[in-house]
Each structure stands twice: as C-alpha cells, then as structure tokens.
Design a binder for this molecule. Structure first.
Ligand code: NAP
Length: 314
C-alpha cells in the first residue's frame, strides 16, 4: 500500500513516541508517521489515522480518511467534536484492558467488602475495633454498563463469589449476572446493590446519570465505585449523600476535571478514595497489537472494524 498511516495526538512527547514505537513494531509492513512530520502528498493519500486527543483541525487536514482508530476506549471527547460527515471512528477494545479493569473492580470491591477505609480511619485514631465480616456471597455488586469492560468486571466479581447485577441500554443475558435495562431496571438494581460500579460511557444520556434522586435510590449503607467518567456522577449530590451517611464510601478514579483541583473537597473527604485515573491504563503493546489486527483486516477485506455510533455517543 502507498498510503501512510497518520498518528495524530495531543499527548506528552514521551507517550507519543512510546505509542509510535509500539505501532511501528506491531505493523512492520506499514508506513506510520506523526501528523506533523507528514508532507502534503502523504496527508492527501492517508486512508487511516490513529488518534489520541487529536486537534480536529489536524483530522480535517486529511481529506481522504476511510476511518479513524482511537487509542482510547472512551471516545466522548472525539464524538462531541466530530464533524457531521466525518470518517467513522473505531474505538480501542483490548482484552488486556478488560482484564485490567476487571482486576481493578475486584480489587476495590474487596477494599470495600473488607472495610479497609474504616480500618484506615481507625488506625489514624488509634482505635482497635473489629468490624463485622461480610461474606462476598452476602453482597451484591451492581455494575452500570455491561460492555467490553463491564461484562469482564461482572464475570470476575461473580467468580470471586459476589452476587452480581448489571444494567445496560439493551437487555442482556450474561451467565451469573442478574441483568437489568431501562429506567425501572436501574432503580431496581440500585435498590439491591451494596456496591455500585460505574462503567457506562459518558454520553448525552449518561451525563448526570447518578444525581441526587438516583443516589437516594441506592441501598442505604452502600458504596460507589466510579471508573467510567466523572460527569456520570453529580459530584455535589454524591458529597451530600456521603455527608448524610446514606452512601458510606466512594472510590473515584475519574473526575469532572482532571487532574482533580487541589481545592476539591473530594481530596480530604474521609469517605472518599481518590485515584488518579489509573483503573485501566492503555497498554502500549497490546493496544498496538489490536490496532494492527484491525488495520490488517481492513487492508485484506476492505471491511471496517466495528465502529462507534456517533449519534448514540459510544
Ligand atoms: P462499551 O463496550 O461501549 O460498553 C458500554 C456499556 O454501557 C454497554 O453495555 C452499553 O449498553 C452501556 N450503556 C451505554 N449507554 C447507556 C445508557 N444510556 N443506559 C444504559 N446503559 C448504557 O464500553 P467499555 O469499553 O466497556 O468502556 C466503558 C467506559 O469505561 C468507557 O467509555 C470509558 O469512559 C471508561 N474507561 C475508563 C478507564 C479508566 O481507566 N478509568 C479506562 C477505559 C475506559 P449496550 O450493551 O446496550 O450497548
């Protein structure tokens, strides 16, 4: 093939060069270049772009793109800025990322099940007190979103002996998971969940999904894990729920603004665990291998990998 694959990114130089090396190693027969190093002829011929937080003007400067491969699993920023009639977007679906996210969900589920936040508080206060042990089988973990990440997390948590419920847009059948869809299903799932895990993409429908009313519908004494995107949960409503004692703890990996502002109440709230967006980092090598497979399949068949539905937002 004569076309060069464009890498359009707005990430650190170090990250960009690590992605570029991994992509070149995974696709030795392809020409891959960063957008800024491509000449005009290469820009006109480019059929495929691999993007990470791209400047939309750079994407628009490649007039013959057949499709765009995102380096991220979450594409809300890309979709929001996408011009109508723009090329199809394919997002990253990497089994290794699903495994990492499932591991994170299980790790922080154990953190809550074994009352680690309470023991940390007790240690700081010099208090020797044994909390009642709760078996995994006595707790329901309710997962919002049963896609590539949510379904993997549900399977992993079920395997560890927890009861698992899951909610998605379309109705689903998953072994060992009590599944729900639509608004009534969401209310019912929140009512029975001891730990609610957020793994829905950020879209027009899921922005503010967990507002005061829905947080109040969660079982009293439950905890929340948000590994999706900050704006899915209304922060002030969450803080009110924690302050009132309705929710006992929140593990937050994602925020309305990242990095989290130094003056945010979340940093110092005793019932909040703040994580710096680390639940499932993209793995350079496995991501490059998945992208190489997508591109090889496209070169061979002309068929695009399964894409993002722009109107749906994910
Ligand atoms: P995915 O495969 O597209 O799955 C999304 C799931 O959410 C699907 O089950 C979908 O339902 C459901 N959903 C979407 N909109 C909904 C709505 N309005 N109501 C109910 N359910 C809805 O996405 P994924 O790969 O699992 O990733 C999920 C999100 O995780 C990403 O968008 C990203 O924001 C986040 N993420 C975070 C990190 C991190 O490190 N913190 C890393 C990677 C990704 P259907 O099954 O019916 O389509």
């Amino acid at each position: 093939m004569s076309d060069t694959i464009a890498l359009i990114s707005n990430i650190s130089a170090d990250q960009e060069s690590r992605y570029l090396s991994a992509l070149v190693a995974a696709m030795p027969d392809e020409k891959i270049a960063t957008f800024r190093t491509m000449n005009e002829a290469q820009r006109v011929q480019a059929r495929i772009a691999i993007v990470a937080n791209p400047d939309p003007a750079d994407v628009a400067a490649l007039p013959n793109l057949a499709w765009v491969q995102s380096l991220w699993a979450g594409v809300e920023q890309l979709v929001t800025a996408w011009p109508s009639g723009g090329p199809p977007i394919v997002r990253l679906v990497d089994r290794e990322m699903s495994r990492t996210m499932a591991e994170a969900v299980l790790a922080w589920t154990y953190y809550l099940q074994r009352d680690m936040p309470a023991y940390a508080r007790q240690q700081r206060a010099g208090v020797w007190r044994q909390q009642a042990y709760r078996k995994p089988s006595a707790l329901t973990v309710g997962i919002l979103g049963l896609g590539a990440l949510g379904a993997a997390a549900a399977a992993r948590v079920a395997q560890a002996g927890f009861k698992v419920a899951g909610w998605s847009r379309s109705a689903k059948l998953l072994p060992g998971v009590n599944t729900f869809s639509n608004d009534d299903g969401l209310t019912e799932m929140l009512r029975i969940s001891d730990i609610v895990v957020c793994l829905v993409p950020l879209t027009a429908q899921t922005r503010g999904l967990l507002h005061a009313g829905r947080l109040a519908a969660i079982k009293p004494g439950a905890a929340l894990i948000n590994f999706a995107r900050g704006p899915v949960v209304v922060t002030d409503d969450l803080l009110n729920s924690l302050d009132s004692g309705h929710l006992t703890h929140a593990v937050l990996d994602v925020f309305d603004e990242e990095p989290l502002a130094p003056d945010s109440r979340l940093w110092r709230h005793p019932q909040v665990t703040v994580l710096p967006h680390i639940s499932a980092p993209t793995d350079f090598e496995t991501a490059a291998a998945v992208i190489a497979e997508n591109i090889a399949a496209y070169r061979e068949t002309g068929v695009l990998p399964c894409g993002v539905e722009i109107a749906r937002g994910y």
